[in-house]
Design a protein around this ligand. Sequence first.
Ligand SMILES: *Cc1c(COP(=O)(O)O)cnc(C)c1O
Length: 460
Amino acid sequence: MEPAMAAASLPRIAPMTDLLQTGTERGLAGWGREALRCALRDALDGLRADCQAGRPRQLDEGFWAEVGDRLAVVPALRLKGAINATGVVLHTNLGRAPWSDEAIAAAAAAAGYGTVEFDLETGGRGGRAPEVAAHLVRLTGAGDGLAVNNNAAAVLLALSVLAQGRKVIVARNELVEIGGSYRMPEVVAAAGAEMIEVGTTNRVHLRDFAAALADPEVGCVFKAHPSNYRIDGFTREPAVAELAAACREHGVPLVYDLGSGVLVGADLAGARDEPTVKDALAAGCDLVTFSGDKLLGGPQAGLIVGAAALVRRLRSNMLTRCLRLDKTILAALEATLAIHALGEQAARQRIPGLRMLSLDQAALRARAHALAARLSGFDVLVVDCEGRVGSGAAPVAPVASAGLSLALVGTGAAELARRLRFQPTPVVGRIQDERLLLDLRTVAEDQEDRLLEALAAVRS
Ligand SMILES: *Cc1c(COP(=O)(O)O)cnc(C)c1O
């Protein structure tokens, strides 16, 4: 047991109005007095906690530096661009998929007035972004397609339209929690349906589904891709085509939540074993849902493709109006789908997430060596490392990558990482073996100069 630390005495703390005045004189009021007040309050809380724990503190330069740091990340005031050096391509906390130039331009163009629901021919009201549905049909071979706010919304919509007041069959090996409070039992309950679990955690047989399908109260069978976990060992589950055939026999629709939604690039690093949207439809699923900002590489959206009659039922439901996409997102989504329509090669070149997953390790090593040569003041190594697809796609598949491993004499790796996060463009890396690892797969080449600037700033 460590001896209990005696609390240190608190330094004299001037009244808030005086602190605000001092902060303003120090040039910290750039985000307004209210933001400065919040940052001061938080920094004072930290100071008091330190004193309480026996670490004496003063209202010194260190304190004011902390206030400045806090202001730099006031999230409500500014959501800023960052450099992702984690090697996790679809990093949920860093905004998942980075957009293509085309998507960015399309969103900017749509931000003013635009032909969102306007028919140029008649000059009257038109459908809301029929191009998105047309692209989805062309790209997947489905009867129809629909886009809503995100994949979670797509699943909620599908279950609510097909099974409200009825039952949903879900296998016990697919009772997934995606994160946050999105958990399968809760989603089914929110859709107003009753969940019927079949099979066991490791083994689910076709006969388990068949027995449950005999219940006339069943509205649909729901299948979820285990995108963020794997069940290994003594396992079994029916092939999607077998399950689809059983559903068809009973006249019950099969809904498959694919999560990532691979359209092209199924042979990309880390995505090889992901089922594609086309595969799922070809196997006989009636509705397939997936995200717009995972392996599609576009804006946050939930895409639903499948049988025309079912998609039409979903489209005319009131929930679809509640879950609809903003005009800028619709434009970015249309641009992203248009790139996919150009084919596999165009998608890999122009969609940043797919481009990053296509980079080979040797090319990343070469970039790491070139960067290391431009870096001074650090103990720097060029290293091979492992990245991830991220966002629940291929959770266990490593992506062979390369980058820089950094140490700074007299500064711990955590402190180095922290200083980099507080640069004008925050840099986010990973700590590995007491050193800071910067994986270059997720750093765009045109971000390298800014990365070097940030490194120079934290060294001095
Ligand atoms: C990511 C994921 C979701 C949630 O998708 P969002 O677009 O984030 O709403 C749902 N189901 C699965 C299987 C997923 O992988």
